[in-house]
Design a protein around this ligand. Structure first.
Ligand code: MV4
Length: 497
């Protein structure tokens, strides 16, 4: 099997490494913006897809199939994002007589339709949020359903997921407006205006269960706590969750396994749950792909999920024995993005002029960039994931603080300062988190006047200047005698804010 990776950045590198450990050749694909990217250099061969826009490169199905044919690849791994959850792409791959390294297209489809998924989950005994399992026909039908469900409730897109086409309704008078905006958002985002109603769960945690299925069995690999998020973008994930006891893990794990079996799942997948403060949990949706945050599960279960995906796609059994299925220690992940907390997390661009990656015991750095990488607005803003493991959660927090202290990125603004502040926050460190944490605590996001940030920027600027020395003349306003302000000016010219 020779594997084409239909993706870029850190996940392309992650899959290439797994291929090499499995003794498989890896073929990279790239857009014109990624000609010199690390994933292209790491692969055994690389094929150009087209211009930088994703629609003309990483989303271009005919070009990807041509790239597989011309490179002699016999399998395609989609990574996450892009085409990973497009059933039509999975079908096109299989129709081209290539191995699809992902779940059966029918499983992707069943989970992609949220009302169909709710029906199938209910039939399989998986707890779903109380509410309807079919879309509402009109306002009058919605009023009837709303009285049954009760308030507060949520209007959600039937074709949806990921937070688009979603509205909270706290009183009957808000129903009409919520239906209209949710339906029009759903039409825009998914090309389908259908919406349904379910009970609103207040201040839940977002806890998800990793599943893995081969031709013989379906297992779960415990939970990931993903509550720390902003506008549906996860920022920090950990495994296990402080809110999950061994008993609850078995309940949620059994529900996730039943969910996967109900749709004939194969490979790696994740069931998302809302975990309410009273310990009740509800299936939300299943992500039919490897996820960004999979490493925290790998570290506490001692498994390689991407290698297992490759084994399963080849028709081999997973290599994980049943006796292996308990989490050990604590893992935490910070998503390092090219987003500046000081500008309200706007994605930024620039060239990485200096990069010092954290290292040492218990530290994993899954990165898609290097010194010299150009960060553009063509793709998502994830640069790298900083992942730590330690025997206990407090030790993992200490280790993350140490690793965040080692990280130096210059040439582009990142959200590093946000992570430092979060890992110094007593409530977060106590594990007192839910999906509204950052809505309730906006000061965690407001970093303009943070003295530590100001100091870090000065250090980053100095490093950028050092890195640039030898390639060009020193800053004209002082050079070696200019002190920190000259460094800062020089670095600002490089794009350091
Ligand atoms: C909910 C909810 C509360 N009650 N459903 C957001 C994305 C989509 N996967 C489902 N989402 C939610 N559904 C009910 N009945 C709250 C959210 C939600 C959320 C869920 C997981 C992670 C982050 C979130 C942020 C805001 C809202």
């Amino acid at each position: 099997m020779k594997v084409l990776i239909a993706n870029r950045g850190e996940i392309a590198l992650r899959v290439i490494r797994a291929c090499h450990e499995e003794g498989l050749e890896a073929v990279a694909v790239y857009s014109d913006a990624d000609r010199a990217s690390p994933h292209v250099r790491a692969a055994d061969a690389a094929v150009r897809l087209g211009p930088a826009p994703a629609a003309e490169s990483y989303l271009n199905i005919p070009r990807l199939l041509e790239a597989a044919a011309s490179s002699g690849a016999t399998a395609i791994h989609p990574g996450y994002g892009f085409l990973a959850e497009r059933a039509a792409f999975a079908e096109a791959v299989e129709a081209a007589r290539l191995v699809w390294i992902g779940p059966p297209p029918a499983a992707i489809r069943a989970m992609g339709d949220k009302t169909e998924a709710r029906q199938r989950m209910r039939a399989a005994g998986v707890p779903i949020v109380p509410g309807a399992v079919t879309p509402v026909a009109d306002l009058n039908a919605a009023r009837v359903v709303a009285e049954e469900v009760g308030f507060p409730l949520m209007v959600k897109a039937a074709a949806g997921g990921g937070g688009k086409g979603m509205r909270v309704v706290r009183a009957p008078g808000e129903l009409r407006g919520a239906l209209e905006t949710a339906a029009s958002e759903a039409q825009k985002a998914f090309g389908d205006p259908a919406v349904y109603l379910e009970k609103f769960v207040e201040r839940p945690r977002h806890v998800e269960i990793q599943v893995l299925a081969d031709h013989a069995r379906t297992i779960h690999l415990g939970e990931r706590e993903c509550s720390v998020q902003r506008r549906h973008q996860k920022l920090v994930e950990e495994a296990p969750s402080v809110a999950v006891t061994p008993e609850l893990r078995e309940w949620m794990g059994a529900a996730a396994v039943a969910a996967a079996e109900a749709v004939g799942y194969r490979g790696a997948g994740t069931c998302e749950f809302l975990l309410a403060a009273d310990g009740a949990f509800y299936f939300l949706e299943m992500n039919t792909r490897i996820q960004v945050e999979h490493p925290v599960t790998e570290l506490v279960y001692g498994v390689d999920l991407v290698r297992e995906q490759l084994r399963i796609a080849r028709g081999e059994p997973m290599s994980i024995p049943d006796t292996f299925l308990h989490p050990r220690g604590w893992a935490m992940e910070c998503r390092i993005t090219a987003e500046d907390p000081a500008t309200g997390f706007l994605p930024g661009t620039g060239r990485i002029s200096y990069l010092r990656a954290p290292n040492g015991p218990g530290v994993r750095w899954d990165s898609g960039v290097d010194v010299g990488s150009e960060v553009t607005l063509f793709y998502d803003s994830l640069l790298a994931k900083l992942i730590v493991w330690a025997p206990t959660r407090p030790q993992a927090i200490d280790r993350m603080r140490r690793a965040l202290g080692e990280l130096q990125v210059a040439g582009i603004a990142t959200n590093q300062a946000f992570h430092r502040r979060l890992f110094a926050d007593p409530a977060f460190c106590e594990g007192d988190i839910d999906i509204q944490l950052l809505d309730r605590r906006p000061e965690l996001l407001a970093l303009e006047d943070d003295p530590a940030l100001v100091r870090d920027l000065a250090i980053a600027a100095a490093l950028a200047e050092n890195a640039a020395r030898g390639r060009r003349a020193p800053p004209s306003n002082g050079g070696s005698g200019g002190g920190e302000s000259a460094w800062l000016l020089a670095a600002r010219r490089d794009g350091v804010r």
